[in-house]
Write a protein that binds this ligand. Structure first.
Ligand code: AHR
Length: 504
């Protein structure tokens, strides 16, 4: 058994818990939309064909914003194909995922789904094959009340009220050579700036996200952000970051420490954005939209699009089955995002259904929660108030990718009004349980009301439709309180939530 200590003090506030940290992402990719969200033959389908069982799971997951419609897909997408009478909508080839796009679901259906699911839509425009005009047309279609060609078309299509979409992504991963219409930082920075300027002429209070790097391993990482923000600093609000992690070559120790990489990624982008700010003598700060993050086994065969003459509709793509270690990493990545709440103002777990997703479906059949569902849902539900900077004293172990890393990582949130304190912690040791002592001396008297742990002696266990409850976070029976100290045992490869309320 290892031992670790955490000191929490209500005075050390990082910033507010932001609802938008708990966003997700729906792309026209594989079975995310078709047979995921949308399955007209399903017994729970609504008039639009959206599955009610999936909506219920999305609500339970606690998702706030949903980015749409891509992803790589958006860089070849004509949004006009997806509006109006369904029978007249063109069927197109989707080059990004070598699939056939039937356009049965488009912006109007997505916004209706989002309202039903209680999430805020976050729209991406195509800056790959298209540009300023098409972005303006889509904005007019969505947000202008009426009396113009595009807004009247929306009303004629059944949406009397504007969609009122505030957050817009200016393209997707334009730094990536795989992206249709890939650009240099200079080319993209100019286009993003001019698109943003024009969109603001239509609606000044938009929240605009410029594309940052599609990964911190990109050769242009850092320089991309510097050049793009050099062009677009004054007209955008956020810069994006994307990161996917997986266990490679059996190196579980490094995989479990993936949040170390996310911490460094965020801090590097913040440093770059602030350097641009200093050089421009600007006062406003640019914040981060970490709008694609997750575990993704990118080298697995299921991640490869079809090829040749095969252009299927909604093929099985990127359907990773997540195990307990994956869920611990997801929980730890959320800890990293929360810890940086002063600069990470939005984030999207990529993706929501079937495609590297916490929610899985059978076409016409069952839906279930993957292991990664649980740390996300519990963090989204219980993180509230302010994020606190905490001090962790934990033993370190060696990893091939990140050198020495602490076995324990954690973050706390605190609601001064109610006195509620919540601690989210992971044990990244592969073999050793950790006896954790949480020192709460800075708080008025608190009592433990809930301690749950997600762990399994077999960390490779993953949920199926038949057995999705085996690894639900379970009460942590070792949690005890002694005055200002709470003691809890964290099993190896585990995620834990500890919730305390003011004692009455
Ligand atoms: O989420 C899957 C893909 O990952 C997205 O389409 C793309 O933006 C990223 O490379």
């Amino acid at each position: 058994m290892l031992f670790a200590g955490i000191t929490v003090d209500p005075a050390f506030v990082v910033g507010p818990v932001r609802k938008r940290t708990f966003g997700s992402f729906v792309e026209h990719l594989g079975r995310c939309v078709y047979t995921g969200l949308h399955d007209p033959g399903h017994p729970t389908a609504d008039a639009d064909g959206f599955r009610g069982d999936v909506v219920d799971l999305v609500r339970e997951l606690g998702v706030s914003t949903v980015r749409y419609p891509g992803g790589n897909f958006v860089s070849g997408y004509r949004w006009e194909d997806g509006v109006g009478a369904r029978a007249q909508r063109p069927v197109r080839l989707d080059l990004a995922w070598h699939s056939t796009e039937p356009n049965t679901v488009g912006v109007d259906e997505f916004v209706r789904w989002a309202r039903r699911a209680g999430v805020e839509p976050m729209m991406a425009v195509n800056l790959g094959t298209r540009g300023i005009q098409e972005a303006l047309d889509l904005l007019e279609y969505c947000n202008v009340r009426g009396g113009t060609a595009w807004s009247d078309l929306r009303r004629a299509n059944g949406a009397e009220e504007p969609h009122a979409i505030r957050m817009w992504c200016l393209g997707n991963e334009m730094d990536g050579p795989w992206q249709i219409g890939h650009k240099t930082a200079q080319e993209y920075g100019r286009l993003a700036a001019e698109t943003a300027r024009a969109m603001r002429q239509l609606q000044p209070d938009l929240e605009l996200v410029a594309c940052g790097s599609s990964g911190s391993g990109m050769p242009t990482f850092g320089e991309w952000e510097r050049v793009v923000l050099g062009e677009a600093y004054d007209v955008v609000d956020l810069i994006s970051a994307h990161a996917y992690y997986c266990e490679e070559d059996g190196d579980l120790a490094s995989f479990l420490a993936s949040a170390v990489d996310m911490d460094q990624f965020i801090e590097s982008v913040v440093a770059t954005a602030d350097a641009v700010r200093a050089a421009r003598k600007a006062t406003r700060r640019i914040h981060l939209s970490f709008d694609e993050w997750n575990v993704w086994y990118v080298k697995r065969a299921e991640s490869r699009p079809p090829a040749g003459d095969d252009w299927p509709v909604a093929p099985v793509l990127l359907e990773d089955r997540y195990n307990v270690a994956d869920a611990v990493v997801v929980g730890n990545l959320l800890i990293s995002l929360l810890r940086h709440t002063d600069r990470v103002h939005a984030a999207s777990l990529a993706q929501l259904v079937n495609v590297i997703a916490p929610i899985m479906t059978e076409p016409g059949g069952r839906s279930w929660r993957q292991t990664t569902f649980h740390p996300f849902a519990l963090t989204a539900r219980h993180a509230a108030g302010e994020v606190l900077r905490i001090v962790i004293d934990a033993p370190v172990h060696d990893t091939a990718r990140f050198g020495e890393v602490p076995a324990v990582d954690a973050v706390a949130t605190y609601e001064p009004d109610t006195g509620g304190l919540v601690l989210f912690a992971v044990n990244r040791s592969m073999t050793e349980p950790v006896g954790l002592t949480v020192d709460l001396r800075g708080f008025p008297r608190l009592r433990t009301v809930e301690a749950v742990t997600l762990a399994n002696p077999d960390h490779t266990w993953s949920a199926t439709a038949d057995d999705a409850t085996t690894v639900l976070p379970r009460p942590n029976t070792s949690a005890t309180q002694d005055g200002d100290d709470v003691r809890v045992e964290l099993p190896p490869v585990s995620w834990t939530m500890l919730r305390l309320d003011a004692a009455v």
